[in-house]
Design a protein around this ligand. Structure first.
Ligand code: PRP
Ligand code: URA
Length: 209
């Protein structure tokens, strides 16, 4: 069973509280989303595989650890997931980046797929799917289904705010996927928005609406 990791770091909590406020504008919102993604990336990469290497320092020979295997891939769910990419890349600058385009039909709340472009050999990489919001779980479960259909086996999902309904759906549909959550909120409202949440993440990151 994939693990649920709810972040308990004070910096993450502080930054999430800050961007929840409706008074925070686009520039700051986007910057802080990037900072939160960077901190969450640190937590979500704790178990990446390493191998030993010999190193000769100016003082002595020693053994150190370096990352092993193919370079990881970051896959944002368009649009809002794009806001998390630079923060992730700041810690994993050599990572490949794929994109999955999905939007939530406002009436049915079902995800509508419109784009998928993944790095080569994605099935051999650790893939970090990112989206700030896990609400009903429709978008993230669909994105992960698309990845699995292409043979991707090692998937983690990072979101900044999650609703219990979305977490439950993810666990049911993708029990093998570890989920990293910045803050676990109370519930969804009748429009499928997370309560208290932070509103529409895509609109707030890109200044639309
Ligand atoms: C938002 C968000 C997630 C999705 C979450 O995207 O970024 O992708 O909703 O909701 P769900 O868990 O109920 O699927 P939206 O559909 O608003 O598209 P956008 O990123 O293009 O604004
Ligand atoms: N998508 C968002 O951007 N916000 C929500 O609260 C739910 C889905």
């Amino acid at each position: 069973m994939g693990k649920i990791h709810v972040m308990d770091h004070p910096l993450i909590a502080h930054k999430i509280s800050y961007i929840r406020s409706e008074n925070v504008g686009t520039k700051e919102f986007r910057e802080v989303i990037g900072e939160i993604a960077q901190l969450m990336c640190y937590e979500a990469t704790r178990d990446l595989k390493t191998r030993d290497v010999n190193i000769k320092t100016p003082v002595a020979e020693t053994t150190g650890k370096v990352l092993t295997g193919r370079k990881p891939a970051i896959v944002p769910i368009l649009r809002a997931g794009v806001g998390m990419v630079d923060g992730m890349l700041s810690l994993m600058p050599a990572a490949k980046v794929g994109h999955i385009g999905l939007y939530r039909d406002p009436k049915t709340l079902e995800p509508v797929e419109y784009y998928c472009k993944l790095p080569a050999d994605c099935e051999e990489r650790e893939v970090f799917v990112v989206d700030p919001m896990l609400a009903t779980g429709g978008s993230s479960t669909a994105a992960i289904r698309m990845l699995k259909e292409k043979g991707v086996a090692h998937i983690r999902f990072l979101c900044i705010i999650a609703a219990p309904e979305g977490v439950e759906r993810m666990q049911k549909e993708h029990p093998d996927v570890d989920i990293y959550i910045g803050a676990l909120d109370e519930r969804l409202n009748e429009h499928g928005y997370i309560v208290p949440g932070l509103g529409d993440a895509g609109d707030r990151i890109f200044g639309t609406k």
